[in-house]
Ligand binder design. Structure first.
Ligand code: GUN
Length: 292
């Protein structure tokens, strides 16, 4: 069994991006600028956004954090999105999800200029991605592809089972894994909360990408020897072992599944660090105006 070390790969890519930023600046180019809108004080969102801002600094990007209380109106938020669309200094921006219930996430996403949509959530980016055109690919699926690539994991002709059908991970992941490409060229099955025979399907998988948000869902009896397991789960559970009082739990029962795998990602230290790095990569692309 080989552990897929997302933390080390992410650190390596971070250095690659930082070097490219230095070259851009040395040539007299513009420093890439990522803005993030954070609404309310959800613990998970706070942590993710703080991490994104910190990583921007580390790679040499400019970053702006725009905060609102959770009673902000949809109108006010839309106004800010339009302002960022028109701000020539901002290359890309994200609106951290989830948003409070009185705000339509879809409306916000569709208002973002797709050329600055470094999350890849706008329908133009999602559509372009699904037909293999240049676009911003959402960060978690892009990070997973990068891990498969850097570990030279064979994907062509393999049966890839994606657990979960979210717009952020499951759907784009399934679409990317079936594309005529490397990594890709898989036969893909998508399972979700209504799938009747998940265990039987998982037992036929060469690659399992678990993105259900259900802690320790995938157990040893559900996988065959030699499987590649990618764990996207990051459920925060209370813990007395950590300073923050929380611990991240994946969708895979790691201790019993790992010994059957050829490759497996840990939680934390697997997919998580790659997600933030993919956002940085997209911001670099946005800075270079490569998507239009
Ligand atoms: N909430 C959970 N994941 C993400 C993400 O990748 N981007 C944004 N904007 N919000 C999220």
């Amino acid at each position: 069994m080989q552990l897929i070390d997302g933390k080390t790969i992410a650190a390596q890519i971070k250095r690659e991006i930082a070097e490219e930023v230095q070259q851009i600046i040395a040539r007299g180019g513009k420093r890439p600028h990522l803005a993030a809108i954070l609404v309310g004080h959800d613990g998970g969102s706070e942590t993710y956004v703080a991490s994104k801002v910190k990583t921007c600094e580390e790679v040499g990007f400019k970053s702006s954090l725009i905060r609102y209380e959770s009673d902000v109106t949809e109108e006010e938020l839309l106004k800010k999105v339009l302002e960022l669309n028109n701000d020539a200094d901002v290359d890309g921006f994200i609106v951290q999800l989830p948003l409070p219930k009185h705000i339509s996430e879809q409306k916000i996403i569709e208002t973002i200029d797709y050329r600055k949509d470094v999350d890849g959530f706008h329908p133009i980016n999602a559509g372009r991605m699904s037909i293999g055109l240049p676009c911003f690919v959402s960060a978690t699926p892009a990070g997973i592809l990068e891990l498969l690539k850097r570990y030279n994991i064979e994907t062509s002709g393999k049966h890839c089972v994606v657990l979960g059908r979210s717009n952020i991970v499951g759907k784009p992941m399934a679409s990317l894994m079936m594309q005529k490409n490397y990594p890709g060229d898989c036969t893909v099955t998508v399972c979700h909360s209504r799938t009747k025979n998940i265990k039987e399907i998982c037992l036929q998988a060469d690659i399992i990408i678990a993105a259900l948000g259900s802690p320790e869902f995938l157990t040893a009896d559900m996988v065959r020897e030699g499987v590649v397991v990618v764990d996207v789960g990051t459920t925060r559970v209370p813990s007395s072992e950590t300073r923050s009082g929380f611990k991240l739990k994946g969708d895979v029962k790691f201790d019993e599944v790992a010994s059957k795998c050829s490759y497996i990602t840990p939680v934390p230290g697997g997919v998580g660090p790659m997600t933030i790095i993919s956002l940085m990569r997209n911001t670099l692309l946005a800075g270079k105006k490569t998507i239009y």
